[in-house]
Design a protein around this ligand. Structure first.
Ligand code: ATP
Ligand code: MG
Length: 298
């Protein structure tokens, strides 16, 4: 992240209904949080990419993982989804240990992630792409050149409905606008009904309007499905408008966690992010607009 700035007054208005003094993970009854990460660590050579971090995430919560470039965000993601083995620590999903499991097994337990639609699938239609995801959930082998036919088509269309893409179901993915591709990717990630969805920089390369639209959609899915989302994001306006809570990494260490307003005012976070000499007026204004729009829609 380059010299991020935090929104001021308006920031966190969307989430600001919650008290700012502490940020416990919301829990239903005596249920433990969906995800419990403890003392998680990973080194590359002499570099401690992730250095003993501990955090929790509840069902129905949108948690932003932020931090400067090289802070360890993607490494954390890749340990949760099993692509990287952890050197130390534990990752419990609903009480089940994920460390030591293969990505496929972790996916089966309910950890989804957004993938960029592979080049090879760009020639398939929107609905065929989602059908492929549903087929893969069935564990069926599927040749790339074989079309999905009508297999699980109604479910695929229902998923596309949820991301407002049913009207474009028959278009080839290669002809879609970038923001629409992102919606299809979200539908594909939903095919496995994940309990936890990981999104690494979901809005990278998107225009502000598209960014907000994708995150508003994600928020809707979180609320309607009770799904948890862990996402990294470099646009502070998006983070402050949509995250329920935030965790902040710097050089592999977790330096702060809490609600957006707490994070904005956190001395360690300010130390890491500020000092660029840039003002943050513009981002504050944007966050105010987003908050107003979300508030009006609610
Ligand atoms: N496969 C790897 N081999 C060696 N070093 C790596 C590897 N992956 C990450 N690192 C190092 O680990 C540290 C954390 O990297 P990571 O990609 O997790 O950061 P990040 O927070 O995702 O950064 P960004 O915001 O740029 O995406 C960095 O110092 C990086 O150079
Ligand atoms: Mg990264």
């Amino acid at each position: 992240m380059n010299a991020a700035q935090f929104p001021s007054g308006a920031a966190g208005a969307f989430v600001g209904a919650s008290p700012v003094n502490s940020a416990p993970v919301p829990q239903a009854g005596n249920q433990p949080p969906l995800l419990q990460v403890s003392n998680l660590g990973k080194s590359f050579g002499g570099v401690k990419a992730v250095d003993g971090i501990t955090f929790e995430l509840a069902a129905g919560e949108l948690l932003a993982l932020i931090g400067p470039n090289g802070a360890g965000k993607s490494t954390t993601f890749n340990m949760v989804n099993g692509q990287l083995p952890a050197d130390q620590g534990s990752i419990l999903l609903g009480g089940q240990e994920l460390v030591g499991r293969k990505p496929r097994a972790i996916w089966r337990l309910g950890v989804g992630r957004t993938f960029q639609i592979a080049e090879t699938f760009a020639s398939l239609t929107v609905v065929e792409n989602v059908q492929m995801a549903l087929l893969s959930q069935d564990g069926k082998l599927f040749s790339m050149w074989r079309r999905a036919g009508d297999h699980r088509r109604p479910e695929a269309l229902a998923l596309l409905e949820q991301v407002s893409m049913a009207g474009q179901a028959e278009r080839a993915c290669s002809t879609l606008a970038y923001g629409d591709v992102k919606r299809v990717e979200l539908a594909i990630a939903m095919a496995n009904s994940p309990k936890l969805l990981l999104m690494d920089e979901p809005t990278a390369g998107m225009a502000p309007r598209e960014r907000n639209s994708l995150m508003a959609l994600t928020k809707e899915l979180v609320l309607s499905r009770g799904m948890a989302v862990l996402f990294t994001e470099h646009s502070m306006d998006v983070v402050f408008a949509y995250a329920d809570r935030m965790i902040v990494l710097a050089r592999g260490r977790l330096i702060a966690q809490g609600k957006p307003l707490e994070i904005r005012d956190h001395p360690k976070v300010q130390e890491v992010y500020f000092g660029s000499g840039k003002t943050f007026e513009k981002i504050a204004q944007k966050a105010a607009q987003v908050n107003a729009a979300v508030g009006a829609a609610a």
